[in-house]
Design a binder for this molecule. Structure first.
Ligand SMILES: Nc1nc2c(c(=O)[nH]1)N[C@H]1C(S)=C(S)[C@@H](COP(=O)(O)OP(=O)(O)OC[C@H]3O[C@@H](n4cnc5c(=O)[nH]c(N)nc54)[C@H](O)[C@@H]3O)O[C@H]1N2
Ligand SMILES: Nc1nc2c(c(=O)[nH]1)N[C@H]1C(S)=C(S)[C@@H](COP(=O)(O)OP(=O)(O)OC[C@H]3O[C@@H](n4cnc5c(=O)[nH]c(N)nc54)[C@H](O)[C@@H]3O)O[C@H]1N2
Ligand SMILES: [Mo]
Length: 773
């Protein structure tokens, strides 16, 4: 029996009084009212700590409160006074804990003590650190390195990540999937082929110079709220902001800066000047339409002898493939582009007209692009659009993939990758005198396949909640118990910890906001934001428990317990002084991390050099490449009864961490088992608001995937597109359903059928006052 969810239309802007109230309430909930608010003043400041929530850039001149509602929630969640002690584990079997919700598990507080699973009682029992390291080392030594996966979630520092990948490579594995494999890997695969870098090209300063900004598939409102500040400034300068999203996301419509009293009274700034509610997966077609309008205008200009619309100087000097792409644009038919994008020709032409009138354009995008079967080609379509008018490698312009986790991009930079070509293996071999493995490692999807087949026997997790974040839950959870070894390095209890393997350890670590004291004194760590800028971060708070170790220390001890001694590398001196790890990173990547230790606290961070930013294209042909999509532009399903489901984040969550059950800006409160459907589709299916339905995945591969008791919420969403929440809906995603080329699970386009449940009993949600009207 599920609690009935409360649905009310939210009319307020993003930010505003609602944000202030939400911050106050999370500080109270996590029992950090006084301390927490002091801590918040240090958030994202050059002398403070870098937020543990999103990866958005940190300005050189921060606001007095350089944090957002969601960043404050993430901070409170980490510095909470609540703790999970051995008594807690003595009181609950894992079977019992598996019946708890994601929220209930993490809400218990911070993990404090290393624990080992005891199968005879089905409980975790305390273990001392040295025994844990010794036993894990022995297990790893027995397992073949190819059968071990070393996962990373994008929060660990550059220092811990560099050491982790070095440990793994010395052990003999390249199996380094990380959360990026479920996230922006699509970007990391698409961009190198077309512009020669795996990351975005914009800097924060470009937002001040742009005269047009595009947004594809990102919910900035909750997932990178601080980005609303530069957007608001741009909007106030009159910069057109053109958004493509099936949902009308609040922050991309209106934003009130909660730090500005006048705005708080006046009601905020309009953000998007055009808002196009594209069909799920319809972006490639929408961009093809915009490009068609541009090429048509350019053809007309050429015919009449007027100045060209496309930037021919740039195209001739810097690119390849323009003529083929232009031919592709001419040959597409408007009625087909309209059908596939779900937009009118007029909408696509409106966007094209603004684009053509602009001199410096930024294109931002998020999971609404990367988590689709054709995600790689859609990213390349965004690049095509930018290249037409030379909008890469000049001030105010560029491509801006908005990364997820606060250091996910940086981890890839320092060698966490299953793709050997992205890692300087020769350099590592030379520096540390060993033979790194040369075979390609496992992606997240391949790691899951290996676990299902029994080829993967050991799983080490540096943070994250792998089992809850991946597709195919109904097969993955039973298979997980077949692991010989599961080692979970974590701050908070989650589902991946309570589905045990044969030998299972739960190792609690310091969070980024905590003071990390080693032999040489308190240590700083570093990370890279979405705009390739590197920032130092210093812990501010005494650790919640004395027994916690830092991630750097845990990785070093695991390495020492597993590997033979290496005269070129002394793990203990690195642990004693993290600046030595940064020196090692600099030696490995001398161009990227020049004078790392000296520069790491520069206000605004120091940007890594990036070829594409200087129009140096490190592609095989030395050019920026226009590409023609090889697949059809992702047309909708033929069958009438198949809907496309996207699984998305709510306001009250950070990935699998569920702070609360509300999605404030979408007006949904008190529950997450909902499905958002267009009212006309509802009428056709004879569904009423509040009915309960079951979704079943429409893939015929012999596996039955369905999820019932989802409450129907009528919503302004294109027809045949529906929406539910991640991670609740993850069991509907087949493992084989991923982006071609990048293997990112296609979590935004799951083909499903909808059937009505029998009338259910339900309870009303508690009366929760709606925060802003
Ligand atoms: N507070 C908070 N911050 C976070 C996170 C969090 O969970 N909470 N997660 C972090 C992480 S790891 C990541 S990767 C990012 C995720 O941030 P987002 O990239 O915003 O991810 P989602 O919330 O999944 O939302 C995807 C957005 O894409 C839209 N969308 C879905 N399908 C399509 C489509 O086909 N076309 C278009 N144009 N739009 C589409 C959805 O309506 C939604 O607005 O945020 C990071 N920041
Ligand atoms: N259906 C669907 N599935 C998705 C997505 C989607 O949009 N839809 N999004 C995908 C995306 S973009 C991502 S990035 C992945 C996220 O996948 P993960 O990164 O694996 O998951 P998180 O929920 O971010 O991990 C939360 C856990 O990290 C641990 N943790 C937090 N801070 C620290 C720390 O400082 N150190 C350590 N060691 N541990 C810490 C805590 O124990 C917490 O429970 O999920 C993916 N899965
Ligand atoms: Mo992500």
């Amino acid at each position: 029996m599920r609690q009935r969810v409360k649905v009310e239309h939210y009319d307020g802007p993003a930010g505003g009084w609602g944000s202030v109230k939400a911050v106050a309430s999370i500080l109270t909930q996590e029992e950090v009212a006084i301390l927490g608010s002091e801590i918040l003043l240090k958030q994202n400041k050059p002398d403070g700590f870098m937020c543990v929530s999103c990866s958005w850039a940190k300005p050189a001149k921060p606001h007095p409160f350089e944090f957002c509602e969601n960043g404050a929630m993430a901070t409170a969640w980490e510095v909470t006074g609540k703790t999970v002690t051995p008594d807690f584990f003595a009181a609950h079997t894992l079977a019992e804990l598996r019946s708890w919700s994601d929220h209930e598990l993490e809400e218990q507080g911070r993990l404090t003590t290393p624990m080992r699973y005891d199968a005879s009682t089905d409980k975790y029992v305390p273990v001392d650190w040295s025994t844990a390291f010794r036993e894990i080392g022995a297990e790893l030594s027995r397992l073949g390195p190819r059968s071990v996966v070393m996962y990373t979630s994008g929060r660990a520092s550059l220092e811990a990540s560099y050491m982790y990948q070095l440990f793994g490579r010395m052990y003999g594995t390249n199996n380094f999937p990380d959360s990026s494999n479920m996230c922006h890997e699509t970007t990391s695969v698409a961009l190198p082929e077309v512009i020669g870098v795996p990351v975005g090209t914009v800097l924060l300063s470009d937002f001040e110079q742009a005269d047009c900004i595009f947004f594809f598939g990102h919910n900035t409102t909750t997932n990178a709220p601080r980005m609303l500040h530069p957007l608001q400034e741009a909007a106030q300068r009159g910069v057109p902001i053109i958004t493509f999203n099936p949902l009308r996301e609040r922050g991309l419509e209106r934003f009130t800066n909660p730090q500005n009293p006048i705005q708080m009274v006046m009601g905020g700034t309009r953000i998007s000047t055009q808002y196009h509610q594209v069909r799920l997966g319809g972006d490639a077609a929408a961009i093809a339409g915009i490009c068609k309008a541009i090429i048509d205008a350019d053809d007309a200009a050429r015919a009449s002898g007027s100045p060209r619309v496309v930037d021919m100087n740039f195209i001739e000097q810097h690119t390849s493939g323009f003529e083929e792409f232009a031919a592709f644009c001419r040959q597409n038919h408007w009625n087909e582009l309209e059908r596939v994008s779900g937009l009118s020709r007029a909408s696509m032409t409106d966007a094209a007209n603004v684009y053509m009138a602009s001199k410096a354009v930024i294109a931002n995008y998020g999971m609404g692009i990367t988590q689709h079967r054709h995600g790689v080609e859609t990213v390349k379509m965004i690049v095509n659009l930018l290249l037409l008018r030379g909008n890469i490698g000049k001030p105010g312009a560029g491509i801006s993939p908005i990364r997820g986790h606060s250091n996910v991009q940086g981890q890839r930079t320092v060698g966490i990758s299953e793709k050997t070509k992205l890692v300087p293996l020769d350099r590592l071999a030379e520096l540390y005198d060993f033979d790194p493995p040369r075979w390609e490692g496992l992606t997240t999807v391949d790691a899951c396949k290996g676990i299902l087949k029994g080829d993967v026997c050991g799983f080490v997790s540096l943070g994250g909640n792998f089992l809850r974040a991946v597709p195919e839950r109904s097969l993955m959870e039973p298979a997980w118990t077949g692991l010989r070894l599961s080692v979970q390095i974590a701050t908070k209890l989650n589902r991946s910890h309570i589905v045990p393997g044969e030998v299972t350890y739960l190792l609690p670590c310091l969070g980024r906001i905590e003071i990390d004291t080693q032999a040489s004194g308190p240590q700083a760590i570093s990370m890279e934001d979405s705009t390739t800028s590197i920032h130092g971060s210093r812990g501010q708070r005494e650790p919640v428990a004395k027994s916690l170790l830092s991630e750097v220390k845990i990785v070093a001890e695991l390495a020492k317990a597993t590997l033979k001694a290496n005269p070129k590398l002394d793990w203990d001196t690195w642990v004693a002084d993290y600046s030595l790890v940064r020196d090692a990173i600099e030696r490995t990547y001398p161009d990227q991390f020049k004078e790392f230790n000296r520069r790491m606290f520069e206000p605004g961070g120091f940007p890594r050099p990036l070829g594409a930013r200087e129009r140096k294209w490190k592609t095989p042909n030395g050019k920026a490449n226009f590409t023609v999509p090889t697949s059809a532009l992702n047309p909708p399903a033929e069958a009438d009864d198949i809907y496309e489901l996207m699984t998305m984040r709510a306001d009250g969550q950070f990935n699998t961490t569920i702070y609360n059950e509300d999605d404030r800006f979408r007006g949904i409160q008190g529950g997450r088992y909902v499905v958002l459907i267009n009212p006309e589709d509802m009428a056709e299916m004879e569904l009423k608001s509040g009915d309960f339905v079951t979704l079943s995945t429409a893939v015929n591969d012999g596996v039955d995937r369905s999820l019932g008791e989802l409450q129907v919420v009528p919503y302004d969403i294109p027809r045949k597109s529906i929406a539910g929440y991640y991670p609740e809906c993850n069991e509907l995603i087949p493992l084989s359903h991923f982006a071609e080329g990048s293997k990112v699970p296609a979590a935004k386009s799951i083909p499903v059928r909808i059937s009505k449940d029998n009338p259910l009993e339900y309870v009303e949600a508690d009366e929760i006052p709606i925060s802003v009207t």
